[in-house]
Write a protein that binds this ligand. Structure first.
Ligand code: NAD
Length: 479
């Protein structure tokens, strides 16, 4: 069966590594039909700030499978990263990045390493919602959703099940971000119970990352929110020997995009020295996804054999380890010559169960009882004394709702603050109803008009809610 796919050659090293990749998979017998689109630098510089034309979206959505080479995002000028936009527009919630050592053929400090990072791909700080609110402070919103957590955690466990992996580890920072990362961690614990045959564990991301860089052999599948996954999958790929070795699958319910994890590497573009392995690894995942598992297996085994033969591009070439330094094109020819061969020392792969995972659709949970229990008012104020600010707030308080604390960048400075605490021009009043009273949205509007009448520069409000009676907001640090 022929599968039509969309291909974008990108820029920088993109066109060379895409040509090499396509040549290999077509030589291996893939039945793909290619529809090429132009994305990236040229499109950006022609005045399209998203880096892609509308007709190209139509093609991507029609074909549903997208093989994409890296793209250069021009710095400044309001250009949005096309990679992030594509993942989000197409709902590609799962980013799968296998990172494996190929010892003793590729030099690495970690001879035993075979991990898969499953990175949440649509939310977290990558929501891209940033605002400057005062002269001194800018905010970036971190959004974590229950569907986002459930989908990615389930994907990680299903992936582990399909590929016979033994353990799924969760990385989060819920000792600090108790609400957002706390949700990620608790959903992990919930879903892990559905997979008793797979071991599960949780690490706080900082010590987890240190452990990963030191003893990667202790990990198997690791699932994490977007930002940690972005950073740690580069670390993981690099410590296998080169960031140029790892591929990435971006999977959604309808569409999927496959790529290398690295970028367009402009300094080494057009010199026939880039390693096409990362994109080839992405293409192998694509072949599995479209059901061409036999071709995927043939390509992967030929690739392993080529690396085993010591045919190495510049990034992985080491005197003593490697036999011949080859260019991008020559590497591709060596892989093609090895099609049908298997590695003898490295483990040959078998993708008998390799095809796309079919996960159940997310089902919305019944709504909780949501209760307004207070409000945070954020203020731009250039004074320095929290006591003075507290006296100003007395002018806007209502009879039945009072100031409960003031924070500056999250740390409580009133009541009982420390004079040592450094304060910026970005303050927060927390207003709560007095005992036995409620607070309503009309009260919040009244608070805002009182603030306006008193020349207080309120830059935003944040409602405080309890869900099913449980407060669902963080305390002030030091509260
Ligand atoms: P990069 O990954 O492009 O390159 C960093 C360095 O890693 C290169 O200079 C090179 O020395 C090495 N390297 C990367 N890929 C290699 C390969 N295949 N073979 C050999 N060596 C390789 O990172 P960067 O320099 O930070 O980013 C360059 C551009 O790529 C930026 O515009 C960035 O926005 C973009 N980018 C795109 C993607 C994507 O399209 N998915 C991902 C990351 C970065």
């Amino acid at each position: 069966m022929i599968t039509k796919i969309t291909v974008a050659k990108g820029d920088g090293i993109g066109p060379e590594i895409m040509d090499a990749t396509l040549e290999i998979i077509l030589a291996a017998g893939s039945k793909i039909e290619i529809e090429e689109i132009e994305v990236g630098e040229k499109v950006y510089l022609a005045g399209n700030t998203s880096g892609i034309a509308k007709e190209s979206w139509d093609i991507i959505r029609r074909n549903k499978v997208f093989l994409k080479a890296p793209i250069t995002t021009p710095q400044g000028g309001g250009y949005k990263s096309l990679n992030v936009t594509t993942r989000k527009f197409l709902g590609l919630y799962s980013n799968v990045r296998p990172c494996m050592s190929l010892h003793p053929f590729i030099k690495t400090k970690h001879p035993i390493m075979d991990i898969v990072i499953v990175r949440e791909n649509e939310e977290d700080l990558y929501a891209g919602i940033e605002h400057q609110q005062t002269d001194e402070v800018i905010q970036c919103l971190k959004l974590i959703s229950r569907p986002g957590c459930e989908k990615i955690v389930r994907y990680a466990f299903e992936y582990a099940k399909q590929y016979g992996r033994k353990k799924v580890t969760c990385f989060s920072k819920d000792n600090i971000m108790k609400q957002t990362d706390g949700l990620f961690h608790s959903v992990f614990d919930e879903i892990a119970k559905e997979y008793p045959e797979i071991e599960n564990e949780h690490w706080i991301v900082d010590i987890g990352a240190a452990k990963l860089a030191d003893t990667p052999e202790e990990f198997d599948v690791i699932v994490m929110p977007n930002l940690y996954g972005d950073i740690l999958s580069d670390v993981a790929a690099q410590i296998t020997g080169s960031v140029g070795l790892a591929g990435s699958a971006n999977i959604g319910e309808e569409c999927a995009m496959f790529e290398a994890i690295h970028g367009s590497a402009p300094p080494i573009a057009c010199q026939n020295i880039a390693n096409p392995s990362g994109l080839l690894q992405g293409a192998v995942m694509m072949l599995n996804h479209i059901g061409e598992t036999a071709v995927a297996e043939k390509v992967q085994n030929a690739w392993l054999k080529t690396l085993e033969d010591g045919m190495h591009t510049n990034d992985i070439f080491k005197e003593g380890n490697s036999k011949q330094k080859v260019g991008t094109k020559e590497f591709a020819q060596a892989v093609i010559a090895n099609l049908g061969n298997k590695p003898s020392t490295l483990k040959a792969v078998s993708y008998a169960n390799g095809s796309a995972l079919n996960l159940p659709k997310y089902k919305r949970k019944p709504a909780a009882k949501k209760e307004l229990v207070g409000v945070d008012l954020f203020v731009h104020w250039t004074g320095t004394s929290p006591d003075e600010l507290a006296s100003l707030v007395n002018k806007i308080e209502l009879d039945h709702s009072k100031l409960s604390m003031i924070t500056n960048r999250g740390i409580k400075v009133y009541p009982d603050g420390f004079p040592e605490t450094f304060c910026t021009d970005h303050w927060r009043y927390r207003i709560k109803p007095t005992d036995g009273n409620d607070i309503s949205k009309t009260d919040i509007i009244q608070l805002l008009s009182n603030a306006e009448a008193n020349n207080m520069d309120i830059i935003k409000t944040e409602n405080l809610y309890a869900f099913d009676g449980k407060p669902a907001f963080s305390l002030g640090q030091g509260q």
